[in-house]
Design a protein around this ligand. Structure first.
Ligand code: ADP
Ligand code: MG
Length: 689
């Protein structure tokens, strides 16, 4: 490998060359591009335009309207130069006896002879109304008399960019990369059904496009998206295959702890829970590590499944770590587990941010020496280099909050033997196969008996008075109430104030009851204390932001009010609503909204009113949003996909498993080309041993 700085002048550039081999890209620009994921010339080909402009057509001045972006070739009939601190020129251009005005700011001195009455100029820009006439402000322009003048042949692409990189640079570099297109490897094409364009053609027509397909389906973009999705799928499959080659000792236990626990349960384990527990215990007897996802709708009893599995591992003499997405959930979970563990004389530690130094050191020491066998915490468990004597299992609760990418990083770092992830976001089968191809999936497809579906009422905010009446009755009969004020990230402070206002309003409305407030900005210890009071029943009404979205379990709460429910997505609404309906009484969820409702919001609330089934709701959600958005790739801080993110077609996903089978059956070469192309440096997660 030579140092690119020492390469002989005129060395040939290849599609696999580092980008600084292109003329005009020095070390600084190269590092900027690398930050955008562009390291090699080939990567430029997959940097796709965000939009296109049509500069090919020359407009007639009489057809111009405010708002259009137009190219006009006209003759300057008059020019007025205003000098001063803010120098600008106003030129009147004529074309076919109609005129419009062009306004230029800070013109360069060299422009003077080109902008003279009698000369012709080609301008491109947006048309605005101006004093009864039309004006184009600060257009791009060329002089037709100049040698280099060209009316573009194709639509003009606009590339996603960042400070310090101009559109013209992108266009130049990408044009150069397109000359190397014949070198582009396309191992996928041979496996595709007829009708799909080859990769090179798809790439070319995305950069050099003759029709704007913005509104319709774009087969070229789909070709790239398919390849990208397939690559992610392949990476996960290889990860799974790699795990199968890792050797672990079986975890031997006879199940006496779990049997002892079941004897004290006030209810019976459902058949679905038992089946899933059996599947997991089976995994422990295999010679390779478990990677399993447990899907179960909100309230299906995932915690008990986790507990059964935890006991099995403890019995075998190894350690277990349980991870939740937030501190509040980690301590809730720990407390619930502890209630069940107490009679067995087992204790689970909680590693949270608000521990004293000594307590913390004691837990860390215990984990290192193996005297602490079960621990709950957030991701910090793995970020802070906690050492374990004999960690055999990590359980991740509410995995949808973590995201695939985080899961992967965690596993690579923590070298976890067995992994169990639990989620309440039921994703349709095709999606599960793509997104979780590295995992085995178990489904808890049954709710504990006696659950009554939550009655859901949709109310405009103007009916608040009547609602408070209803609250009164519910509180008087000894039930607890959640009042949720959703937080929208960008407006956190504003929303916090809204939550505080509702808190004050409810305190005033119910002086005889105790009202609590919990939100994300409180210190963890305070949050945990408020939640604990609510759980213990000493708070009657809890005003909360969406911090209570997942995992919180207070069976005596039988009414939930969600303010501004029109702002929330279906998945979130379903999660929130799942906090009620956990006991034997009939629960109600009131979705308050502020009119006017968008048609999307109306549809969402309608779905919520009609169904309490997580699978039905997820299906609907997927239909309404498309897979990219549905999977929440952006939201959970995942690495963004380059092309497939914005894709609206689930049918592509259905092709993946079959394609991956064909491709991998002919050796690793083809797949490796795709992995290198789409995952680049991060492809190592698929290769590391
Ligand atoms: P999830 O995490 O799946 O949303 P939880 O584990 O929080 O659900 O369980 C919800 C509630 O159901 C808890 O109060 C739990 O004690 C109770 N529960 C769990 N399993 C059963 C069962 N087999 N029968 C009755 N209640 C159960
Ligand atoms: Mg749970």
């Amino acid at each position: 490998m030579g140092d690119p700085g020492n390469r002989p002048a005129g060395a040939a550039v290849h599609i696999s060359s580092p980008i600084q081999c292109l003329p005009g890209i020095g070390p600084i620009m190269a590092s900027r591009l690398r930050e955008m994921g562009i390291a090699r010339v080939e990567d430029l080909l997959f940097h796709l335009p965000a939009r296109y402009q049509d500069r090919r057509k020359l407009w007639k001045v009489r057809d111009l309207r405010p708002g259009v972006e137009a190219a006009v070739l006209g003759e300057i009939v008059q020019i007025h130069r205003q000098s001063g601190r803010r120098e600008q020129w106003l030129a009147i251009l004529r074309e076919d006896s109609a005129t419009f005005q062009v306004r230029l700011f800070h013109p360069a001195p060299g422009m003077r002879q080109k902008w003279m009455p009698g000369r012709r100029v080609w301008c491109f820009g947006e048309i605005r109304a101006f004093r009864g006439g039309l004006e184009m402000v600060h257009p791009e322009w060329q002089s037709p008399e100049d040698g280099g003048f060209q009316v573009p042949e194709h639509l003009t692409p606009f590339y996603p960019s960042r400070d310090g990189i101009h559109q013209n640079q992108w266009r130049r570099w990408i044009a150069r990369a397109l000359q190397l297109l014949p070198e582009l490897e396309d191992p996928l094409q041979a496996f595709l059904p007829p009708g799909w364009p080859p990769l090179g053609r798809a790439v070319l027509s995305l950069h050099q496009r003759d029709h704007d397909l913005a509104d319709g389906r774009d087969p070229f973009r789909e070709r790239l998206a398919l390849e990208e999705l397939l690559t992610h799928h392949l990476a996960l499959r290889r990860e799974r295959a790699r795990m199968r080659r890792v050797r672990v000792l079986p975890l031997l236990a006879d199940g006496h702890l779990w049997r002892a626990l079941q004897e004290q349960l006030p209810f019976r384990v459902t058949a679905a829970q038992q089946r899933v527990i059996d599947e997991i215990v089976q995994d422990f007897s295999r010679p390779y590590p478990m990677r399993r996802l447990v899907q179960g709708d909100v309230g299906s009893g995932k915690t008990l499944v986790a507990l059964a599995v935890l006991l099995h591992v403890l019995e075998s003499g190894a350690q277990v770590a349980v991870m939740a997405p937030t501190e509040i959930l980690a301590s809730q979970l720990a407390r619930r587990l502890q209630e069940w563990l107490d009679p067995l004389g087992i204790s689970a530690a909680v590693l949270s941010g608000n521990l004293g130094r000594q307590e913390r050191q004691a837990i860390l020491g215990g984990l290192r020496e193996g005297t602490v066998t079960a621990v709950c915490g957030t991701q910090a468990l793995f970020q802070e280099g906690v050492e374990f004597a004999n960690l055999a299992l990590v359980i991740i609760d509410e995995q949808h909050r973590f995201g695939v990418e985080q899961r992967r990083r965690l596993l690579v770092k923590a070298r976890v033997p067995h992994l169990l992830v639990m989620t309440a976001t039921p994703i349709p089968r095709t999606l599960a196969m793509t997104l979780h191809a590295d995992l085995d999936v178990s489904v808890i497809d049954e709710l504990p008996p006696g659950r009554q579906p939550v009655e859901t009422v949709v109310l405009p905010d103007s009916r608040r008075e009547a609602l408070l009446e209803r609250l009164h009755r519910r509180l008087a009969s000894g039930h607890q109430v959640y009042w949720v004020c959703p937080l929208i990230e960008e407006q956190e402070l504003l929303q916090l104030r809204a939550a505080e206002a509702s808190f004050a309003e409810l305190q005033e409305a119910f002086p005889e009851y105790r009202v609590g407030l919990v939100h994300g900005r409180q210190p963890a210890a305070l949050k945990a204390a408020v939640m604990e009071e609510f759980r213990a029943g000493s708070l009657h009404l809890l005003v909360a932001t969406t911090v209570i979205e997942v995992g919180v379990d207070v069976p005596n709460a039988s009414l939930m009010v969600i303010e501004h429910s029109e702002r929330l997505g279906l998945a979130q609404l379903h999660q929130l609503r799942g906090r009620v309906g956990r006991g034997a009484v009939r629960s109600t969820c009131v979705l308050l909204y502020r009119p006017p409702l968008s048609s999307r919001a109306r549809e969402r609330l309608q779905v919520m009113r009609e169904s309490t089934d997580g699978f039905v709701i997820a299906r609907k959600d997927l239909e309404m949003r498309g897979p990219g958005e549905f999977l929440g790739i952006r939201q959970s801080g995942e690495r963004q996909m380059r092309v497939a993110d914005s894709l609206g077609d689930e049918n592509l996903l259905e092709l993946l498993p079959g394609l991956a089978d064909c491709m991998e059956s002919e050796g690793e070469g083809a797949g490796s080309v795709l992995l290198r192309r789409w995952l680049g440096d991060s492809a190592e997660y698929a290769e590391i041993g």
